[in-house]
Design a protein around this ligand. Structure first.
Ligand SMILES: [Zn+2]
Length: 336
């Protein structure tokens, strides 16, 4: 199933936050599939609508610290949002933020984000039942135990998995993160937990790995917390990307088979991605499709239930990169 929530808009532009994400990214994906002669007839069967379980402070608290969770439900919410979305610079001036363009109050952003978490939870449930699912949204992998980070207020993937574990619907999962940026929050939140194994392939340098590995007190700088498998790709190593991803997946397969694989299928490694912090990694559209086939074939060959999230992808054309994989999935599902 492809889960599409027509009321879900990337939680930025409506709030005056000027991050280059097309507000109609999800709709464009669906429109493109409707215009595809082979995919269009399958959408009636495989496009589904939201049936969200509510996500509130209890669910956030499954993953995030009591202090951070209560901040999100206090009069410090706006301050927390300003920090997480980096809406001011070091001098206190607005950064990528123009409140005069907002059509909704900033305080609504928390519940807009939690609606995405509910979508991630729903697509995981669908995948556990049917074997597969693709949510047009989700993938906030930078939020850590006690803080949001990098446009990510809470960690939707880990919250959804913890909800499923709490409800006895899932014991173990893999998170396969092929977004351009390291899944650092996910690594922090699942460190030492054998029920959730993580693989992240990402830019070796640049945000969130732009600070020193160790803090002045000698402790590890949190973004450097290791995933179970990390595959850092240096600038100009794009040609090695898919070979190294294949090796990483083989390594992941040495862990016990989980109930579910959650894939953060960001398209921001694309060479024409418009977020400046993705510039270290420049894959062509062909390399990205090869990547997507590699992950998808890996999961299919093992008969692993899998749920996909769109994760990062910036600029007016990023939505196009999801189409080849979705088209392939639809044809596969119809042939089952
Ligand atoms: Zn990213």
């Amino acid at each position: 199933m492809i889960l599409y929530d027509a009321n879900l808009r990337p939680p930025f532009r409506d709030f005056g936050i000027l991050i280059p994400i097309a507000a109609d990214k999800q709709k464009r994906v669906v429109d493109a599939l409707r215009a595809d002669s082979q995919a269009a007839p399958l959408l009636d069967r495989f496009l589904t609508v939201p049936d969200y379980a509510p996500v509130g402070s209890q669910e956030v608290g499954l993953v995030h610290s009591p202090v951070y969770t209560s901040m999100l439900y206090s009069d410090r919410l706006e301050e927390t949002l300003m920090e997480t979305f980096e809406l001011t610079d070091e001098e206190g001036n607005y950064h990528r933020y123009d409140p005069s363009l907002a059509v909704r109050p900033l305080s609504d952003l928390r519940d807009a984000v939690l609606r995405y978490v509910a979508g991630v939870h729903q697509i995981c449930r669908i995948a556990l039942q049917s074997g597969h699912g693709f949510f047009l949204g989700g993938g906030t992998h930078h939020a850590r135990f006690d803080t949001g980070s990098g446009f990510c207020l809470v960690n939707d993937a880990v919250i959804a998995l913890r909800m499923l574990q709490r409800d006895g619907a899932l014991k173990s999962a893999w998170i396969i993160d092929v977004d351009c940026h390291k899944g650092d929050g996910t690594a922090c939140l699942t460190e030492g937990d054998e029920t959730i194994r993580t693989l992240s392939i990402h830019m070796a340098r640049g945000w969130p790995l732009d600070g020193p590995p160790y803090l002045p007190d000698g402790s590890l700088n949190p973004p450097y917390t290791p995933s179970d498998i990390d595959i850092p790709i240096e600038e100009h190593q794009a040609s090695q990307y898919n070979r190294r991803l294949r090796e990483g997946l083989d390594q992941l397969a040495s862990y016990p088979t989980p109930d579910l694989a959650l894939v953060l299928s960001g398209v921001d490694p694309w060479e024409h991605d418009e977020l400046p912090s993705t510039s270290v990694l420049k894959l062509t559209a062909e390399q990205l499709f090869e990547r997507d086939n590699l992950v998808y074939d890996f999961l299919k060959q093992r008969g692993l239930a899998h749920a996909y999230l769109t994760a990062g992808g910036y600029g007016a054309r990023a939505w196009q990169l999801y189409i080849p994989l979705l088209r392939r999935m639809l044809l596969d599902w119809a042939a089952e």
